[in-house]
Design a protein around this ligand. Structure first.
Ligand code: F3S
Length: 106
């Protein structure tokens, strides 16, 4: 599977959704996740993301490994991300910031 990492948080550029042939993205308020049961590993979304937030599972850097559990767990709870998802207003300001997950509640 491919995995959305914390670089999506507070950006949610949503470019990835339109490049996905199987509708595997799920939407939270400030980020997306990929449903590992749906992802076919085409990799189209990796290049599409302006925040470089998406990795193939086997190329996840050690510090981003928690994203695997995050994606698989939240994909079961979140609704399908549709192509009319809009990027967050201050998305550009959040690109590349460290420790974005710490800014989320819970
Ligand atoms: Fe997030 Fe990048 Fe998609 S910021 S919504 S993974 S285009």
């Amino acid at each position: 599977t491919h995995v959305v990492t914390e670089q999506c948080v507070h950006c949610k550029f949503a470019e990835c959704i339109t490049y996905c042939p199987v509708a595997c993205f799920r939407e939270a308020g400030t980020f997306l996740v990929i449903d590992p049961e749906e992802c076919i590993d085409c990799g189209n979304c990796v290049e599409a993301c302006p925040a470089d937030a998406i990795y193939p599972e086997d190329e996840l850097p050690p510090e981003l490994q928690p994203a695997l559990e995050w994606n698989s767990r939240l994909a079961l709870q979140l609704p399908l991300a549709t192509t009319d998802v809009a990027p967050l207003a201050d998305a550009e300001d959040w690109v590349g910031r460290p420790d974005k997950w710490r800014t989320l509640k819970g």
